[in-house]
Design a protein around this ligand. Sequence first.
Ligand code: GLY
Length: 365
Amino acid sequence: MSSIHTVTVETALSTYPIRIGSGLRSELEKQLEELVASGAKLAALVDAGVQPSIKEVLGNLLDDIPTMTIPSGEKSKSLSQYEEVLDFLAAQRLDRGGILLAIGGGVVGDLGGFAAASYMRGIRFIQIPTTVLAMVDSSIGGKTGVNIDAGKNLVGAFHQPIAVYADIEFLHTLSEREFVSGLAEIIKHGMLADRALFDKLLDQPITSSRDDCLAEIIKWNCEIKAAVVKADEKELAGSGGRALLNLGHTFGHAIENVAGYGDYLHGEAIGIGLAAASRLSEKLGFIAKDDVDLSIQAVSGLGLPTHLKEPLSIDALYTAMTRDKKVKSGVIRFVVMKEIGRAGTIESADADLVREIWRSVGAVD
Ligand code: GLY
């Protein structure tokens, strides 16, 4: 049996473990039994796409836990779905000692986390991420929330889980496209924080959820994320800090927004965003052309796109960028690589240069 790893997340108010490996069911079961024995009432949210695999991965674990199924997709990160979750928790009579399990990808983690942050002014929750993105990024660090018409994640709270269980067996149930999409956050971590991780992925790209080194790579990424969160939990650093995790996202979010959510999976848009961010880093004089080529090679080596499938309008993409919640006083804040493995934030970039970068990934005037 493969080994199980632990990464500890430390924040101002809490410290919690991320357990990573194949077959975490019995360990999770034990923790839940202890919590129930101490008087906690449990409830669970499960992504509809994960529901058919629950027995395969978690056995009968949910049989006695009231469970609400959440429709898959970004649309579920809405105020109306949030209200339904709160009604569900109230109907199950969870009190302030209650514990919510959020089983799914980033959508269920963010939605469930926000419900846990606000129901009864805050109850405990456990993240059980089922996608690569959720395992290495969204389940760690306590960002929770929902979308409103004005933008993504505009309503939310910082609320840390009490534990994260990243069971690799869930990854075997994903389609190849979904699996590959999550790898964008992994190569992003290498590009922004760890040259050794970048080189490893460049030399030996992950090709399947059954790769021997996958649990180790996920652990490595959780360590990177945990270190960033520890240093700047609430993204308040004047420069750098947690905002660095947005490398490629200013471009990527604009692609998702203009193409329409669903046309590109999140990681596919981020793959193109990472290619764009490397070109911007080069044009601003931080990295060499060879580094851009290596970055694009590393992203595409994982099976991710680095160029738009169909041309999108630069005007529309630029407007979408200015609507991002990271924009302060009309200034778009970009994350650039100072070198591969070290990123920084810049407060603005010349509009013509940004348009040129968009052109380089296939956008049109
Ligand atoms: N996913 C970005 C962050 O956690 O800050």
